[in-house]
Write a protein that binds this ligand. Structure first.
Ligand SMILES: NC(=O)c1ccc[n+]([C@@H]2O[C@H](COP(=O)([O-])OP(=O)(O)OC[C@H]3O[C@@H](n4cnc5c(N)ncnc54)[C@H](O)[C@@H]3O)[C@@H](O)[C@H]2O)c1
Length: 342
């Protein structure tokens, strides 16, 4: 087991990787040793500021930087090669969600980490969000009784995901996996059947979904309805309108208000509901779930144990996402066992 200080590297220092790097640089017991990104100017600038070594090739970083662990923050469809290389090099891995954009790649990553005996935690950060975690606690205490129905909304402006992530991922793979992981966590049950409908209007020319509604039935009898889109207006008051309701036989719980955030700042120039939960920079430091998630990863690597969200959890979310996409193509319900066997 690695000893303190844990030497960590980050692969991909775009939006998320830069946040990871800034959090890691401030964790006591951790050294941000190296960063890798194909964007040389960017990686040198961020590494210089944070006192880490800069690489443009993550294979070289894995060979030279004497790391204990890596955080992989590459685009959704580029996770496989880096995760396999890190596992082969014996590094503990924090891998951004989705684990991969294909089930076969997700299986390969989980298997490689198992064979190499390295810890794999996947970045489903809502499990580290106090609001969602407190709902989980209420469910586990039995306060809500048996789960009957979960409704989740996750909407963001078209100027975010669709422009930044095409063509390597999809609305379902990039966005819905968050709520898929939550409903799996909350129900503690296997999904059996999925049916989904899509709408394509604003993004039709780009061959992308504007919005999807997916219905999942679980072995327990619970049903979850996920509604997600990335076509909110550019000047939407919020960058993320995420809400959730869990209805049980004895109670209910909700997360999120109408614009999905807790804070609204309004001025003569307009209104803004800033992110205060997931990764806000406050007083120059990255806070929120992303920090909690990385701290939990560091603790698991140093002290051992199973990550709160591991490869099997993340694989299940991608299996469900693939089944949703199959249902969208076929226009019929899809059985999860069939989807898993394919
Ligand atoms: N948990 C969350 O809430 C959340 C939010 C946003 C993004 N993400 C996830 O984080 C991951 C990264 O997303 P992002 O928004 O930071 O993307 P991004 O496009 O901002 O950053 C990706 C970075 O990877 C670099 N890169 C690409 N290929 C590379 C390679 N072969 N070697 C080295 N560097 C390479 C790019 O130059 C870029 O700097 C994605 O999987 C995404 O789904 C998670």
């Amino acid at each position: 087991m690695p000893q303190e200080p844990l030497r960590m590297g980050v692969v991909g220092v775009g939006l998320m990787g830069e946040r990871h790097a800034r959090v890691i640089a401030r964790i006591r017991g951790c050294i941000l040793a190296a960063l890798a990104d194909v964007d040389e100017e960017r990686v040198r600038r961020i590494a210089g500021e944070l006192g880490a070594a800069a690489y443009t090739d993550f294979h070289t970083m894995l060979r030279e930087a004497e790391l204990d662990a890596v955080s992989i923050c590459l685009p959704d469809d580029r996770h496989l090669e880096a995760a396999l290389a890190a596992a082969a090099a014996g590094k503990a891995i924090l891998l951004e969600k989705p684990i991969a954009t294909r089930v076969d790649e997700a299986v390969a990553i989980v298997e490689a980490c198992r064979q190499a005996g390295v810890i794999l935690q996947v970045g489903h950060l809502l499990r580290f969000d106090n609001r969602y975690a407190s709902v989980k606690q209420a469910i586990d205490r039995g306060d809500l009784g048996e789960i009957v129905h979960i409704t989740a909304h996750r909407n963001s402006p078209w100027t975010q995901g669709p422009s930044r992530y095409r063509p390597g991922t999809s609305l379902t793979m990039h966005v819905a996996v968050h709520d898929l992981d939550l409903v799996n966590w909350y129900t503690g049950s296997r999904p059996v059947r999925v049916y989904a409908e899509r709408v394509r209007k604003r993004l039709r020319d780009r061959d992308m979904d504007d919005a999807v509604t997916a219905i999942l039935r679980f072995e327990s009898g619970a049903v979850a309805t996920l509604q997600y889109s990335w076509v909110l207006p550019a000047r939407s008051v919020t960058q993320l309108d995420a809400r959730l309701e869990v209805l049980g036989t004895r109670g209910m719980a909700t997360v999120g208000t109408y614009h999905g955030q807790s804070v609204l700042v309004a001025t003569d120039d307009g209104a803004d509901a800033p992110d205060v939960h997931h990764g806000p920079t406050l007083a120059g430091q990255v806070k929120g779930d992303v920090r909690e998630e990385i701290m939990a990863f560091v603790e698991t690597v140093l002290k051992g144990g199973k990550p709160l969200v591991d490869g099997a959890d993340a694989l299940l979310a991608v299996q469900e996402a693939e089944a949703i996409e199959r249902s969208l193509r076929l226009g019929t319900p899809v059985l999860l066992d069939e989807a898993r066997a394919r």
